[in-house]
Every structure is written in C-alpha cells, then in structure tokens.
Design a protein around this ligand. Structure first.
Ligand code: F6R
Length: 363
C-alpha cells in the first residue's frame, strides 16, 4: 500500500520523520538516557570496532566511523562484506564486529558475520528485519524500526541505520568518559530534533524536482563531500545510479585535484554536500576549483552556507540548521529526493530498477 504516494520510494522517504521518532523512542528514555537491549555493549572493554556491510548500509558504516572515532575515541575499520570475508582479516582481541543490513539476509554480510563468529568474536548487528538470519546469529541485534521497506533503493532504512549508529556512538562516548552530563544532554537533544528537521527538509521536494529535471539531461554527475559528508556523497551517487541510470561518482572533495577534476567541464553537474561546519571553507575552495573550470555546481547547504558561498553556483538547496555531527542524517533526504525526481524526469522504474533485487541472497 503506497498510502497515496506514486511510488513506495516516495512513501518511504516521506515516512522518515515518524520512523526516526520510533527509533528514538526505542533507544532513548523519557529522562534522556540511552537504553540498549540486553546484553548491551561494554565499550570500556573494546579497543576497536569492525563495521561490515554492503551498498547503502556500508555508507551508513562509513558515517559511523567518523562518529565513533570523533566522539568516543574508538578506532573503526569499515569494509564491504564481499572484500572482508575473502581477505581473512586477522581480528585483534577486544574487537567488536558490527554488521549493518536492512534485510538481514545479504549473503556476503552473513558470511562475514559467520567468519567473525568462528573467530569467537562478539557480534552486534543493526538490522531492519528482526527475524532475519543476521539478527538471529548475533549476540546483540539492534533493530532500526524503519518498518517494511519495499522500494529497491534503500531510503528510510539508511536514515534509521544512521540514527541507531549515532545513538551507539554517543553511548560509547559516555561509557568511555568522553562526554560530561551536559555534553551528553546536548547530543541527545540534537538527535531528538532530527525528525522535525527531516520533516522540514521534505518541503524542498518541489524545488528538488525542478533541479532534477535539469540533472536528468546529464550523462555524468559528480558528488563531493568532506568529512562525515563524504559518505553522503557516496550515497547520493549510488541512489542516482540505481534509479535514474545516470553515471554518478562521489569523491572526498580533497581528492578532486588528484584526478577527477580532469572530468569537469560545463556538461558535468557537480553536487556539493556541505553544511556550514568546521570543514566548510575547505569544501568551498574545492567547489571554486570546479566553478573555475565551468562546472555547474549544485550546493546543498544551510542558510549560512548559502549566504557565504552561494554566489555564482548553478543552484542552491537550503536545508535547516542541524547539529553538524548529525548532519548526515538530514542530508540523506536531498540525496534521496534528487535521485527520485531525476528518475521521474527520466521515466525510469523507481521502485523496481533494472538488474537490481531488494535482497541480495546470492553472492
Ligand atoms: C541501495 C541498496 C543496496 C543495499 C545493499 C545491502 O539503495 O538498497 O545497496 O543497501 O544491497 O542490503 P542490506 O541492507 O539488506 O544488507
């Protein structure tokens, strides 16, 4: 049931405020403390996290790496499951292996989990389908509470995966003595603000549609982001490829001059995801290098970012202000809406893109 929407994907994008609220209610108590299901995780007993997943879920892991490392001082390795499982990586003691999967049935992710389990590792999973193999074979399965996701392109599962990983990173920081009570309350209040902000940014849908009608003409599109926005650039490019079939690539914006800038000319739209955060100026200087070569920049930012750097860009999409740490959860929305509207403009099958399956149970 598409609940009045044209596609499941549109419905699932629109559901995000309520799905994020469900996840927040599940993991946060009324008095603002974090509640993990038993047996929980003792982060004081952990020296390293290994995060493993495929596709969009692996981008959620990449964002989480920034969070765990910056907030909790906990080193994180991220790997795609198909590489991890065959590399036979050594697993140091005091490592937690964490698997992220919407379906909980992805063959490579499950095989990677079993590899770690055979090494007597402690296994945590972040899953949408609670009855899945990955959930069942974990010591601790953390549900994302996104509800059934039908559209092949993952949307609400991504934002809910990010939210659960954010809660986990805050909890790790708390246990490891990296957050005092005030800082903890601030982080949690900022998480609580997300459903409202996501709801607000859904209001950019019409404007995104207008921009997407022009993106639909492009043959190649570049996405750029820095720091915790780099994985969002990857997600934006993946989403666009999947449903609009336009070739899109993402780079950490600092990598631009190490190669990809050779691609830039006026036929290549460049989408820059950059809230006005501590790395904004660096990203803007990369953006200016693109503009100096005729690149058509779509800047996705906040009001301050648009004020400081909006002149001369092709288009600007302005999102509400958000705590910089949690910006990836908010910026997932324009990444999804751009792909959705570009696919609509091209007339492709949004919910059932060619060659793709919702759950990849063969390797
Ligand atoms: C992208 C997408 C895929 C999945 C990937 C992992 O929109 O849906 O990249 O994220 O196949 O699937 P799960 O999360 O079910 O393990």
């Amino acid at each position: 049931d598409k609940a009045g929407h044209r596609h499941f994907m549109a419905k699932e994008i629109a559901e995000q405020p309520s799905r994020l609220t469900s996840a927040l209610d599940h993991y946060l108590t009324e008095d603002g403390t974090i509640r993990l299901p038993a047996p929980g995780i003792d982060f004081t007993d952990v020296d390293r996290l290994t995060l493993v997943a495929c596709g969009t879920a692996s981008y959620a892991c990449l964002v989480a790496k920034y969070w765990f490392e910056q907030l909790a001082g906990l080193p994180v390795d991220v790997d795609v499951a198909s590489e991890f499982r065959y590399r036979e990586p050594p697993i140091p003691p005091r490592t937690v292996a964490l698997f992220v999967s919407q379906s909980g049935e992805t063959a490579d992710t499950l095989a990677a989990l079993r590899y770690c389990r055979d090494k007597a590792q402690s296994i945590v999973s972040v899953v949408n389908v609670s009855e899945s193999s990955i959930a069942r074979e974990s010591d601790l399965a953390l549900p994302i509470l996104a509800g059934p996701e039908i559209g092949v392109a993952s949307t609400k599962a991504f934002s809910c995966q990010l939210l659960v990983l954010a809660v986990l990173a805050v909890e790790a920081a708390r246990q490891r003595g990296k957050l005092d009570d005030n800082a903890l309350a601030d982080r949690i209040a900022a998480l609580r603000a997300l459903p409202g902000l996501v709801n607000h940014s859904l209001g950019t849908s019409d404007e995104t549609g207008r921009i997407a009608a022009q993106l639909a003409e492009a043959r190649d599109i570049l996405f750029l982001g820095r720091g915790r926005m780099y994985p969002l650039a990857l997600e934006g490019a993946l989403k666009l490829k999947e449903i609009s079939y336009i070739h899109a690539e993402a780079y950490a914006s600092g990598e631009l001059k190490h190669g990809p800038i050779a691609l830039v000319d006026k036929s290549v739209p460049v989408i820059v995801m950059a809230p006005h955060d501590e790395l904004f100026d660096k990203t803007v200087s990369n953006m200016q290098e693109v503009m100096a070569r005729g690149g058509q920049v779509l800047l996705i930012t906040d009001r301050e970012g648009a004020r400081v750097a909006g002149h001369g860009v092709w288009e600007t999409l302005v999102l509400p202000d958000v705590a910089p740490l949690w910006a990836p959860i908010l910026y997932a929305v324009p990444a999804q809406l751009l792909a959705y509207h570009t696919a609509i403009a091209k007339g492709t099958d949004v919910d059932q893109p060619r060659n793709l399956a919702k759950s990849v149970t063969v390797e």
